[in-house]
Design a binder for this molecule. Structure first.
Ligand code: ATP
Ligand code: MG
Length: 572
């Protein structure tokens, strides 16, 4: 294709609204534009990237024996009522009524609709396994849409569902998908890791997230140096030593701590270490306020809290709620005298003689024995794992790294099939509930994640598998008819060789063309001007490494193919 006839509105400056590099570069490279919060339009280059990602995903899903279907995006509320999710899904589910006052929602995921399709048709175990998928637009009214394509409200997902007759068959579906995802992310040219993930309110132990490793990732992954343990920190258990007998401490005392709100401020004012301070965090869990206690050097893990309390919604309490339950301004919450349930992290069991907030402005309490002075409802694993913690599997050394979740595979069990009466007759003629799995890939998020992982100061460095074009051919001298003729010959020649080539035929200065070529992240750059033509060569630059070489115009096809193989092999 010719640059001059494509709509590629590149920008010199990063738009102020973009916080992360992928968002900045996608806007600057003219690949996306924002319509409004969380809604993006894909321009020709952006769409080419999505199509390349989708093609690889489709090929691998087909290879794995999944069949492609396409379900409606608008879903009737009645199906969601059957599974109870109409009430429980929360505000991410965009609900609306049609002209007949019937309730509908925009699909954030398709377990209900797919299961409705299957239960009507499938009657016998002989028809299973049934494995279906689609590539489709999803809508989730995210609380904080941000980072461009990373967390949109409308986004493109590949979602797949498996229906199996028994557990071994369901485990096989899960294994096939794990393998398929590994192939997909390898083919996409991404550095990734499959990690154990939280199964949320769904339960069961089979869930893996596929994480693209990138410092800007929203997720933190804990992995072990000594075994193959890798998990989202939302999931990673913290192992505790047995609590030794506590040394008793003296009676509690109230001390003045004017303007000391944070752990840091209280620690330095009272001359104690952070682990001697108890942080009291107020959460609203399924509409009810609870207090959670962790050591000053630890962080509450709200996903673990939700799992422990079997809750579907966990939110940090607003200032109003905190002030109402503690009768004190923000920063002085403490467990003594609280009238809401109090859950304490297991680590607090190991110590004594703590400092806590006094539930009164500018006041803390010291010499606190939690069992003596407060009413703890329960101790549990409620904090996030740290690098200083041992590996929960082998006791080895834990490291933390950041990742972007691009895929999630899930063993659902019978949660949806039971609620929706999706059953088959088994070999003995007995009615049994189908076992389900569901498997998502964020197609549009992958485009952003690939850029987070692959960029430099000049722009995007796409893995060749998903670059909008694999080669850009730059005409340096539009006024020179010989150069123009040779460039045109090269362009046609490359196309006939099956190369996905973009010809920069714009009437722009060379500097502008070089800058844009770098910005767009096309892996192979070819440049022809008067001087190189006179020497009978094309200048070739590899975008990622910036390595340059010259390809002879005579015997161009062979020289180009050899160079292309080299570039591709590197980004494998
Ligand atoms: P997250 O924890 O990031 O919100 P999720 O657990 O809600 O993700 P799933 O329901 O498993 O995500 O969806 C499958 C995939 O869809 C995710 O792995 C992710 O790649 C993608 N995805 C989810 N939410 C968004 C979003 N708001 N914008 C873009 N992609 C998304
Ligand atoms: Mg989500």
């Amino acid at each position: 294709m010719r640059f001059s006839s494509l709509y590629i509105p590149t920008l010199k400056e990063s738009p102020a609204e973009a916080e992360v590099i992928s968002h900045k570069l996608l806007l600057r490279a003219g690949m996306i534009r924002k319509l409004t919060s969380g809604l993006y339009t894909y321009l020709p280059l952006g769409l080419r990237v999505l199509k390349k990602i989708s093609a690889i995903v489709r090929e691998e899903m087909d290879r794995a024996g999944f069949q492609e279907v396409l379900l409606p995006m608008v879903q009737p509320a009645d199906l969601w009522r059957e599974t109870g999710r109409w009430e429980h899904y929360g505000k991410e589910l965009l609900r609306f009524k049609d002209r007949n006052e019937r309730d509908y929602c925009l699909g954030p995921t398709h377990e209900e609709v797919m299961t409705d399709l299957v239960r009507g048709e499938i009657k016998s175990y002989r028809q299973l396994p049934l494995r279906l998928y689609q590539l489709h637009t999803k809508f989730r009214d995210e609380m904080r849409p941000r980072f461009g394509l990373m967390r949109g409200r409308e986004f493109i997902m590949k979602d797949a569902y498996s229906y199996d007759a028994d557990l071994p068959q369901a485990q096989e579906s899960y294994r096939i998908m794990h393998e398929c995802y590994t192939r997909i992310f390898t083919r996409l040219g991404l550095k990734f890791r499959a990690v154990e993930a939280d199964t949320g309110s769904i339960g069961g132990n089979f869930s893996h997230e596929f994480m693209v490793l990138a410092d800007s990732g929203e997720d933190t992954i804990a992995y072990c140096h000594d075994c193959d343990f890798a998990a989202n920190v939302e999931r990673a258990d913290v192992v505790y030593q047995e609590a030794a007998a506590k040394t008793p401490c003296q009676a509690l005392e109230s001390v003045a701590t004017p303007k000391a709100h944070t752990v840091e401020e209280v620690a330095s004012l009272l001359g104690v270490t952070h682990d001697k301070i108890v942080k009291t965090m107020i959460f609203v869990v399924d509409g009810k306020a609870v207090a959670v206690l962790v050591r000053g050097d630890h962080e509450v893990n709200d996903v673990k809290l939700g799992r422990y309390l079997k809750a579907s919604q966990v939110e940090l309490a607003s200032q109003d709620v905190v002030e109402r339950v503690t009768h004190a301004p923000l920063g002085f919450a403490g467990p003594c005298g609280l009238e809401i349930p109090i859950y304490a992290d297991n680590s607090l069991r190991l110590g004594n003689d703590y400092v806590v907030g006094g539930n009164c402005a500018d006041t803390h309490l010291i010499h606190i024995d939690l069992d003596r002075d407060t009413k703890i409802s329960a101790y549990a694993d409620l904090r996030t794992i740290l690098e200083s913690d041992p590996c929960p599997r082998c006791g080895g050394q834990i490291s933390l790294t950041r990742g972007i979740e691009v895929g999630h595979i899930f063993m659902l069990g019978t949660k949806y099939s039971q609620a929706m009466h999706a059953t088959v007759l088994n070999e003995q003629g007995v009615e049994t509930t189908m076992i389900m799995g569901c498997y998502g890939i964020g197609i549009s998020r992958i485009a952003a994640a690939a850029i987070e992982q692959n960029h430099d100061e000049a722009g995007i460095v796409f893995p060749w598998q998903i670059a909008p074009f694999s080669c850009i051919l730059i005409n340096l001298d539009l006024k020179n008819p010989e150069v123009c003729a040779k460039v045109e010959w090269l362009y046609q020649h490359l196309k006939s060789m099956g190369v996905d080539v973009l010809l920069d035929d714009r009437n722009e200065r060379p500097g502008v063309k070089f800058k844009d070529a770098d910005l767009l992240g096309i892996p192979m750059q070819l440049v022809l001007g008067g001087k190189s033509l006179a020497r009978g060569v094309v200048e070739a630059t590899e975008r990622a490494s910036r390595e340059k070489c010259e390809l002879p115009l005579e015997g161009f096809a062979e020289a180009f193919s050899a160079w292309q193989d080299k570039v591709m092999a590197k980004s494998q």
